[in-house]
Write a protein that binds this ligand. Structure first.
Ligand code: WT7
Length: 632
């Protein structure tokens, strides 16, 4: 905990330093970690292949940095407070020493199962302490974890296992979410049945459901770790060895496996954590994300532990047993830094202030937002009623691909402007480009947000397909990393994110490609063709609007068809991707060359009745009138 900038002036001078001399800047920060061997070269890069190497030749194990390194001074300090879904059930705590010991035990277990450096291990788990143990045990043995959010369907799980050729799944019998229980084990059984790479499935008992265990494949978590030693010599990793794969959606095709490596990711997550949240010794930090998303990876697991923090893992949901749950947890643990998503703020805002005012939120010092643009109304409500006009809001813009927070205020050091993420962190060099790739220098002009220099936690590749990485992020504008977002800069140089400029939709902070939802719809027996667009949604930020052309449907009720289409998306991706609206249509607006004119469909979904701009290239303009007439 020694990476913290302490004033805005210091931020400005550090920023300057980081731009003028990036290698020295990051090299000095990297020195504060523990390395088994120092790196040979701080940075070696080009964005055209792309090739990005930070701290190459350096040897380390990230778990030595987040566990062993802290033990002399923090063995008895709480690493995590676990708050269960059931408000009346007892929580748990785990200290740094206990976490170390459990990670080593499981590492020994993984080794016994034959897991080796470089093997891929898939983690499909609830929000429990053992999920962190599983993640860190992979890192300790040098295996590459691929965490799959437990809300994804068994098909989505299977796709990701196949892409990564994972040999092991770590899962649980089930999970608790609000009033529901989800049977995870059956989903895994279904998912892995055709995955030839899978050798074993480790099953943690979370809901006491006593699932069927497949002989020779399935192993009970506690049976595996029983009697195992609580020491394990951490595998030496090169700074550029893979730490994890995390699948995320893009405009086209199936989700791709974003690859992060050991050294750079370690340096950047810890640095950004301490600075953005202005985390102090003894503070209690709470990030409400799920471990299955990048926010959970970087700011529940890696950043806080690397910095020796104490934080919370919450199993439940914001509205169970009532909409005061977040605030009750903040009061209970005297949370100092609270980090959540705009969609949660908007949901809770709708429940009124009585439920907020029952709780003492005076411990809060910094409150954060992540995942999607925060609208002004939600910003103000958060600032006044949660922060009591007294806590800075850090509106943190970043992506799965960036590994850590890129644009944000630093606690109470930076000026704020509602709906603006703010300034780049040290080392981050954003630019706005116009359609021709020229850098926009004027203020208040929208452009494509790109980065012109690498930072330590930038993605290195997309697993198994380097060309895809190149084409998606490094080919739109030569020499730049392309984010997929549109943004503006105000007169003070603060950035405001407008939103995605590609076919990615952001539903409650969850990212989906329109193409992947269309693919799921098209597997349905009634569907001939479909087109999916996002539209503004009061709570979710964006909702999913699907236009579907169906066949063989004359003798079916409309509701039966839409229910069946919805089910196809639940099965293909997961319930989190269910369309909010499904409109059955007889045709889609296409150009003469057969391209769907999504621009028009987006406008209709937004409620527009006419004014569709240039429609002269449409093959059959009457399709549009018909869709408008029947629009939902
Ligand atoms: C996309 C990345 C890493 C955070 C979790 C989502 C949008 C993220 C903000 C913000 C406006 C934001 C962007 C980005 N986004 N944070 N503070 N303000 N938009 O990670 O799933 O990789 O999605 O989320 O559109 O490109 P992700």
């Amino acid at each position: 905990m020694n990476l913290r900038i302490k004033s805005f002036e210091e931020y400005q001078s550090k920023y300057q330093e980081s731009i003028e001399n990036p290698e020295e800047f990051w090299g000095a920060i990297a020195e504060t970690f523990s390395w088994q061997k120092k790196w040979d070269k701080t940075l070696d890069w080009n964005f055209s292949e792309p090739k990005i190497n930070w701290f190459k030749g350096g040897k380390l194990n990230i778990t030595e940095n987040l566990l062993d390194r802290h033990l002399p001074e923090r063995a008895e300090q709480v690493a995590f407070y676990w708050e269960p879904n059931d408000i009346n059930a007892e929580g748990k705590t785990i200290t740094y020493q206990e976490l170390h010991d459990q990670v080593c035990q499981l590492s020994n277990g993984l080794k016994e199962l034959g897991v080796q450096k470089g093997d891929r291990v898939c983690i499909y788990m609830p929000m429990v302490l053992e999920s962190v143990v599983a993640i860190l045990a992979c890192a300790r043995v040098g295996a590459v974890h691929s965490i799959i959010f437990a809300g994804f369907s068994s098909n989505a799980l299977a796709d990701r296992i196949d892409d990564a050729k994972a040999k092991l799944v770590i899962t649980a019998d089930g999970l608790n979410r609000g009033t529901k229980q989800v049977d995870l084990k059956s989903m895994v059984d279904e998912g892995v049945k055709n995955c030839s790479s899978i050798e074993n499935v480790i099953v943690l008992n979370c809901i006491n459901s006593q699932p069927n265990m497949k002989e020779g494949r399935d192993i009970d978590y506690h049976t595996l770790i029983k009697g195992k030693s609580s020491t394990f010599a951490a595998e030496p990793m090169d700074a550029e060895d893979m730490l994890f794969i995390l699948y995320t959606s893009g405009s086209t095709g199936k989700p791709k496996g974003v690859v992060h490596t050991c050294g750079g990711y370690m340096v950047y997550t810890s640095y950004s954590f301490e600075n953005v949240f202005q985390y102090n010794e003894g503070d209690v930090f709470w990030c409400t994300a799920d471990i299955g998303w990048i926010t959970g990876h970087s700011y529940i697991v890696y950043g806080p532990l690397l910095s020796g923090a104490s934080s919370i893992i919450f199993e439940g949901v914001p509205t169970y047993p009532d909409a005061g749950r977040f605030w009750q947890v903040c009061e209970k643990y005297k949370v100092n830094q609270f980090y959540t998503a705009p969609t949660a703020i908007r949901t809770l805002m709708a429940h009124g202030l009585d439920v907020v005012n029952q709780y003492d939120l005076s411990s809060l010092k910094v409150i954060g937002s992540v995942g999607e643009p925060i609208n002004e109304e939600a910003w103000n409500w958060y600032y006044e009623n949660i922060g009591k006009n007294n806590c800075p809001i850090v509106d943190t813009w970043w992506q799965t691909e960036t590994g850590g927070i890129m644009l944000s205020g630093l606690g109470d050091l930076s000026p704020m402007n509602p709906t603006h993420a703010g300034y780049p962190l040290p080392g981050i060099q954003p630019v706005l480009l116009d359609a021709d790739g020229n850098e926009i220098t004027e203020n208040e002009k929208e452009g494509y947000l790109c980065m012109k220099f690498p930072w330590p936690s930038i993605l290195r590749t997309t697993y198994g397909d380097h060309d895809r990485c190149k084409n998606t992020y490094f080919s739109n504008y030569d020499g730049y990393y392309f984010t997929g977002d549109g943004a503006k800069r105000d007169k003070n140089g603060m950035y405001r994110i407008i939103g995605r400029v590609d076919d990615v939709i952001n539903v409650s902070g969850h990212r989906f490609g329109t193409a992947e939802i269309e693919d799921a719809l098209n597997t349905n027996e009634f569907a001939i063709e479909s087109a999916v667009v996002g539209y503004p949604h009061d709570i979710k930020g964006q909702g999913i609007y699907a236009y579907v052309v169906v066949e063989n449907a004359t003798n079916k009720e409309l509701s039966e068809i839409t229910a069946s289409l919805t089910e196809s998306v639940s099965q293909g991706i997961g319930r989190i991707a269910k369309p909010d609206k499904i409109q059955i249509v007889t045709g889609l607006p296409k150009t003469r060359s057969g391209k769907i004119m999504r621009r028009i469909l987006r406008k209709i979904a937004e409620g527009e009745q006419s004014n569709f701009g240039d429609t002269s290239t449409l093959l059959d303009p009457s399709v549009v009138d018909e869709i408008v007439k029947e629009s939902l």
